[in-house]
Ligand binder design. Structure first.
Ligand code: GLA
Length: 395
């Protein structure tokens, strides 16, 4: 029931082998970047909020070798023909869409004046796609890390994350915040990455207690609305802020929202209530974490989910079902807190729990979820993992 996280060196071997099979060459450069899960602070990274994600033990790996041409040939182990990119040109969005994350990152380097020369590359990943676990941010961050390796340069971590976010905006057309790329870049073992999205400064928050772990439950559903729904939520928050007459959500109180409730109108008023409440909950979460009081995260995670479900309306029946099952297992069963994680409209839930009870909890989540929805969920545990990095390998 509890899926095993494939060890990183296994992914690396697969990537090296795949590169050799497809292009007949040995890898000279290997880069890895993790997915992420968010403990709390949802849909507020684009509202000057705080978020508390961490990099998970699921990675995307790229094996590559320069090929002495001006063409990049990239392929994914998921199949399909290798795609060729003409590097004599500035990169622009094109088909196939999945390659746009790579094009966008290459463009970020080109815009900084770097000349990117040809290479062959193969991508393998253990991050479930479309599961709200930032597989696309991992692709961007792994690519940026690979290019650093090939060019022999090293960007500031923050600059690298922002370059990747820009790729997502301009090449995948998703107006995302900074959480995913920051988590994938700044991830650190045994640490959460607390991001102040107003200053854009991340800070590591220790998560040393090995008696605890996090279960990630992929509901295996991805509702269509997703991209448009995300942009629309973002628009609602912008409308609300301007109607409230404030420069930043940090200056908005719960009372401000209540006072303006009717003028804001539905659903913008509920979107605003979510933002203000979620910022307060995430700040409270940071405080209890500082005190090492993990139990106190439970009610905060519960309130976060309810607000995302009722006020922000980005949950769905399957996410609610998974969260409700975790809630019914409760404290006695080792569950500390559960909520949806990521952009929503499907995807995954995050369940903070006692490590010793994790496999029993996963079993219950899976069987009850199957009973209620007819869907087989993917469930795995993860503690905070290392962010994007180049790998040493035996030549
Ligand atoms: C997606 C976006 C992030 C963030 C979350 C919601 O993952 O990429 O920037 O807005 O949704 O918290």
């Amino acid at each position: 029931m509890l899926q095993i996280n494939p060890p990183l060196n296994e992914l690396v071997s697969l990537a090296k082998k795949g590169l050799h099979e497809l292009f007949g060459v040995e890898a000279t450069h290997l880069a890895a970047a993790p997915g992420r899960v968010n403990l709390i602070g949802e849909h507020i990274d684009y509202c000057d909020g705080f978020v508390l994600p961490f990099a998970i033990e699921r990675y995307l790996v790229i094996a590559a070798r320069p090929n002495d041409t001006m063409t990049a040939r990239v392929a994914s182990s998921l199949g399909g023909e290798p795609v060729e990119l003409d590097l004599t040109q500035l990169q622009e969005p094109a088909e196939p869409k999945w390659v746009n994350y790579l094009r966008g990152v290459i463009r970020g380097f080109q815009d900084r004046g770097y000349e990117i020369k040809g290479f062959d590359a193969l991508i393998v990943s253990s991050i479930p796609g479309g599961a709200g676990l930032s597989s696309s941010a991992a692709l961007e961050c792994a690519m940026a890390t690979l290019l650093e390796g090939i060019l022999g340069v090293s960007l500031e971590l923050k600059e690298k994350a922002l370059l990747c976010q820009k790729a997502e905006h301009n090449f995948a057309f998703v107006p995302c915040g900074i959480m995913d790329q920051f988590a994938s870049t700044f991830g650190k073992e045994d640490h959460l990455v607390m991001i102040d999205c107003q200053s854009g400064e991340p800070q590591w928050v220790p998560f040393m207690n090995r008696d605890l772990t996090v279960l990630i439950s992929n509901t295996m559903v991805h509702h269509e609305l997703s991209d448009g729904g995300y942009a629309l939520r973002r628009k609602h928050t912008e409308q609300a802020l301007s109607a409230l007459g404030k420069a930043s959500w940090r200056d908005v109180s719960e009372q401000d929202v209540l006072t303006m409730w009717d003028q804001l109108g539905d659903p913008v008023n509920r979107r605003a209530r979510h933002v203000v409440g979620e910022i307060a909950r995430t700040m409270a979460a940071a405080k209890v974490l500082e005190q090492g009081d993990f139990q106190a995260l439970g009610p905060l995670m519960a309130a976060s989910h309810d607000s995302l479900r009722d006020d922000f309306e980005v949950s769905c029946a399957e996410l609610d079902a998974m969260v409700n099952i975790a809630r019914s297992i409760g404290n006695e069963g080792g569950v500390i807190g559960a909520r949806m994680t990521g952009g929503g409209f499907g995807g995954s839930t995050v369940t903070l729990c006692e490590a010793s009870a994790a496999s029993v909890i996963a079993k219950k989540l899976a069987s009850e979820y199957l009973l209620q929805t007819g869907i087989t969920a993917q469930i795995f545990a993860s503690r905070p993992a290392r962010g994007a990095h180049l790998l040493e390998w035996e030549k």
